[in-house]
Design a binder for this molecule. Structure first.
Ligand SMILES: Nc1nc2c(ncn2[C@@H]2O[C@H](COP(=O)(O)OP(=O)(O)OP(=O)(O)O)[C@@H](O)[C@H]2O)c(=O)[nH]1
Ligand SMILES: [Mg+2]
Length: 729
């Protein structure tokens, strides 16, 4: 007799049937119920004790770090896989549960690369929140299709005591707002197609905590009305559980919805690849990617790296877009430009990674043996890599970090490199000489968690400074072309700088124009620039886009330009990393190389000559263009009960903040305020004490504005002093 197929064998079998795979993620505003839902789905598919599912007191299965348990929030994205039966067929659901806190939202950006569809959760009581909008943006940028789950419906009944009509109205409002965001954010082709609708079942509602969900088609099928849902809350706990399991099991409604309304990889890659991979679509690689060809050339993108604490082994999770990978394959890392051997291939069996020998295109999986960065494209031979994984927000808070014992310094350097690898939203600047290194993160909590993990998980005793704010440098007007001469006086560069147009800057910031050096013609980018008003000459002259700055080469007929341009761009990028005012990064500038004089002999125009000359030219031009310092600001949406509106207004004012809007609705105030990050240290505590813990503040947007004139000189002086810069450095 044939042995019964195990769950894991089943997963392996279905992983080859691409039309039966769904690669999806949860995404939502903080605490809207993503992990409770994920745990319940896992429980239903037999991967964990059903009794623990969604029950915070017992802890979430998908929380793998002690700090998540302590803080009752998700910090790291978690991969899980399960099998779901739908209309007599089996489907493999690869699901990534993402964190909701904005400080960890880089995880969401990266998860979106690996998946094709997302269940966006919205709390029925709180409604659409700023972070809901952010996750929709993150999804649509990757052409990931969203569907909607209105969660915590129990709160409408138990806490808000709504009537069935009131509840329906609330749903309609959420759906309307959700579709409004799709309309506003999606690209033309998806604005209508990707709106959700109650009638077709692309919207579900329910309670992740209480393990039930419904959709209109499902209610019709089962003959359930809104009244039945209300009746639930009259039943005993035991009866309620039984009724729910029989009539409205969360897993069935949500996974049916995912299978039916979210694309399989064959469908999704057709429209996703042209957006996230900029190679030649007619090439063999291009065709394999668009077709998700299992027999084609392999292409795997790393979206998340976990380093095992004991062995130091790196496990790289990601998405296989084409081909088949086998243990022992020699693969090529396109960014690192090196060959390595795959040692293990892991797929998820529930939450547990398990080894298999090979895996084919269209799956979310992990490999070991390679040591790349998140965003790396892994192929057999060198190929065009996938588009860079760029997060919506940049890190704005920095701390210096030191070891307590000098002997630990090498260990710190090693650990910081690992930290940056595992969490690419962290930027580290390692200074092996002074031992004082810098870590930058998305917010105070982010840095706190990292510091803690270095201490507890990596076992190194460190101390950190008070937060340091990272500013930006830019210019206010156009400069003339300013000459920079090489130390040997044989080469000159004439560079002009001016503020970069808002529209171009925004297009770079939101990823419509991708950053990097321009090696060959990129038609997409050319079209976009033309649309934003650039002429053909200007587009042809564009050489580099770096940290929101643009470099163009307007010289004519200079025979040796090809030999020095990369050195010029190196120097340009170095100055953009550290500007002339305070060695802070530069942004929003357009630099043009107007003229150039080079020594005939290549030996007299090497990096030692070109770098300082270009630096002198750019910094000279910036000074003549009224170089100034920009400070980071955040726009927050603050929600407080009415009676705290006055004290909140005062708090915002005391922090150089600006009130943008105040809306009042049913006893609550929504205050939109713009605040300088420099004044926001300790913000969560201030908010808590001003509002007796009842205020909620969420980040809506991040921007840079000119540091007030009255503060600028002092800020520059302090930064320079901290960095130990002398007068002429
Ligand atoms: N009343 C009610 N509470 C819920 C429901 N779903 C989740 N919760 C509660 O909401 C809180 C947050 O739930 P999580 O599942 O951790 O939410 P999350 O979206 O994963 O949170 P983050 O990952 O930290 O953003 C917990 O206290 C849950 O018990 C629900 O359907 N009804
Ligand atoms: Mg969570």
């Amino acid at each position: 007799m044939a042995e019964k197929e195990t769950q894991f064998q089943k997963i392996q079998r279905i992983s080859k049937i691409q039309k039966n795979i769904r690669n999806i993620a949860t995404s939502a505003h903080i605490h809207h119920g993503k992990t409770a839902m994920t745990d319940n789905l896992l429980a239903a598919s037999g991967f964990m004790a059903a009794k623990n599912a969604g029950n915070l007191e017992e802890g979430m299965t998908t929380w793998q770090h002690a700090d998540e348990q302590e803080r009752l929030m998700t910090v790291d994205a978690a991969n899980v896989s399960m099998v779901h039966d739908f209309h007599g067929e089996e489907y493999l659901i690869n699901l990534i549960d993402t964190p909701g806190h904005i400080d960890f939202s880089g995880n969401v950006t990266r998860a979106m690369r690996a998946i094709d569809g997302t269940i966006v959760l919205v709390c029925a009581s709180e409604g659409i929140m700023p972070q809901t909008e952010t996750v929709i943006k993150q999804a649509l940028r990757e052409r990931v299709k969203p569907i909607l789950f209105i969660n915590k419906v129990d709160r409408l009944i138990k806490e808000l005591k709504l009537t069935p009509e009131g509840m329906q109205e609330r749903f309609e409002k959420i759906i309307e707002e959700f579709n409004g965001l799709i309309e506003q954010i999606a690209e033309k082709d998806f604005k209508q197609k990707w709106k959700v609708s109650v009638n077709d079942g692309s919207v579900a509602f329910g309670s992740a905590r209480e393990n039930w969900a419904m959709s209109i088609p499902f209610m019709k099928k089962k003959g359930i009305t809104f009244k039945d849902i209300f009746a639930l809350y009259e039943m005993s706990e035991e009866d309620k559980k039984n009724w729910v399991w029989k009539n409205a099991p969360l897993y069935e409604v949500l996974l049916d919805m995912a299978v039916k309304h979210l694309p399989n990889p064959l469908e999704a890659q057709k429209y996703r690849i042209p957006k996230i991979w900029h190679g030649d679509l007619d090439s063999e690689m291009g065709k394999d990617l668009v077709d998700c060809n299992q027999n084609g050339k392999p292409a795997f993108v790393i979206t998340r790296i976990v380093i095992e604490p004991k062995s130091g082994k790196e496990v790289s999770a990601g998405r296989l877009f084409s081909g088949t990978l086998k243990v022992g394959d020699e693969v090529y890392l396109n960014l690192a430009k090196k060959k390595q051997k795959i040692q293990q291939i892991l797929v998820y069996n529930g939450i547990k990674p398990e080894q298999i020998e090979q895996i084919s295109a269209g799956n979310v999986l992990a490999i070991s043996g390679v040591t790349g960065e998140a965003g790396e494209t892994i192929t057999l031979e060198p190929e065009t890599p996938f588009e860079e994984l760029k997060h919506i927000f940049e890190p704005v808070i920095t701390k210096s970090i030191e070891v307590k014992k000098t002997a630990d310094l090498p260990k710190l350097v090693e650990i910081l490199k690992k930290v940056a690898k595992e969490d690419p939203s962290v930027k580290v600047q390692i200074n092996e000489e002074t031992g004082e290194s810098l870590i930058s993160g998305m917010g105070e909590l982010h840095l706190e968690i990292i510091e803690n993990r270095i201490k507890t998980e990596k076992g190194l005793d460190v101390k950190t400074s008070a937060p340091i704010i990272v500013y930006r440098e830019t210019v206010q007007k156009a400069s003339p072309a300013v000459e920079g001469r090489s130390p040997n006086k044989h080469n000159s560069f004439f560079i002009k700088v001016e503020p970069l147009d808002d529209k171009i800057y925004d297009a770079i910031k939101n990823g419509e124009i991708s950053s990097g050096r321009i090696k060959k013609k990129n038609q997409d980018m050319a079209n976009k620039l033309a649309e934003l008003g650039w002429g053909g000459d200007a587009i042809r002259n564009l050489r580099d886009i770096y940290r929101g700055n643009i470099f163009t080469d307007e010289t004519r007929g200079e025979v040796h330009i090809g030999e020095v341009i990369d050195m010029i761009l190196d120097a340009f990028e170095m100055v953009m990393d550290q500007g002339p005012l305070a060695r802070e990064p530069c942004m929003k500038m357009k630099l043009s190389l107007i003229d150039i004089k080079l020594h005939e002999d290549a030996i007299h125009r090497g990096p030692a000559q070109v770098y300082p000359a270009v630096r002198e030219s750019i910094t000279g031009a910036m000074r003549q263009a009224n170089a100034s310092l920009l400070e980071p600001l955040q726009i927050h949406l603050i929600e407080v009960p009415d009676k705290f509106t006055g004290s909140m207004t005062k708090l915002v004012g005391s922090k150089r903040g600006q009130l943008l809007e105040i809306r009042q609705e049913s006893g609550n105030s929504e205050i939109e305020a713009k605040l300088p990050v420099a004044e926001m240290i300790g913000w969560s505590n201030d908010l808590r004490s001003e509002t007796e813990g009842r205020g909620v503040s969420s980040l809506k947007d991040q921007l840079f504005e000119r540091t007030p004139m009255s503060l600028q000189d002092e800020v520059i002086r302090k930064i320079r002093q901290r960095k130990g810069l002398s007068e002429n450095q």
